[in-house]
Design a protein around this ligand. Structure first.
Ligand code: FE2
Length: 183
């Protein structure tokens, strides 16, 4: 289940409360089950995946991609696999750790590990949402946000794209006020 943190440290773990706190951002947060494909579970448990294994995972979950293709014109999907064994992990993540926007929605389906999305709400307040396995998130285009991992530094997420150009980060130069965990 997702966890939402406010600037004053208040934590929300109930979906109705989280939905209320995110309402002004029009963020979609859904529970998406990974299903019962037995071959999927050992792959999700692995720290890293080769290209064939990634494709196997994507195909097992393509029912969701087909829905997005049909209802919202999505064109492609890939699987991002991050873990502490990646030598340039911090460098890869640094690009998204500062507040930025994209011209397209940022659409992710977390299937292993966890990821933190920070948001600037329309009133200027900031919140951080920890997204956990079997949760789908759609961050609307032009939402000021940032992204980092939890201290475990491990996530597998399907990314869905309308166009790959649309989600190049545009930095807004605003400072993150939520205290960041060290490490
Ligand atoms: Fe982003």
């Amino acid at each position: 289940m997702a966890i939402l943190k406010l600037e004053n440290g208040t934590l929300y773990q109930d979906l109705p409360e989280i939905t209320r706190e995110l309402a002004s951002l029009n963020i979609q947060l859904n529970q998406w089950n990974v299903g019962s494909d037995r071959q999927l579970y050992p792959l999700l448990a692995q720290e890293s995946l080769n290209e064939d294994e990634k494709e196997q995972v994507l195909q097992a979950l393509d029912g969701y991609f087909e829905q997005l293709q049909q209802t919202a014109g999505y064109q492609s999907r890939d699987l991002i696999v991050l873990h502490p064994g990646i030598p340039n992990l911090d460098e890869l993540l640094a690009k998204f750790a500062q507040i930025h926007t994209h011209a397209d929605d940022e659409v992710r389906y977390i299937i292993d590990g966890e990821a933190v999305f920070g948001f600037v709400r329309p009133d200027g307040s900031q919140v951080e949402l920890t997204v956990q396995p079997q949760e789908y998130i759609n961050v609307p285009a032009n939402t000021e946000h940032w992204f980092h991992l939890t201290p475990a530094k491990r996530v597998k997420a399907v990314r869905y794209f309308i166009s790959t150009e649309g989600w190049v980060p545009q930095y807004t130069a605003r400072e993150i006020r939520i205290p960041q965990a060290v490490g």
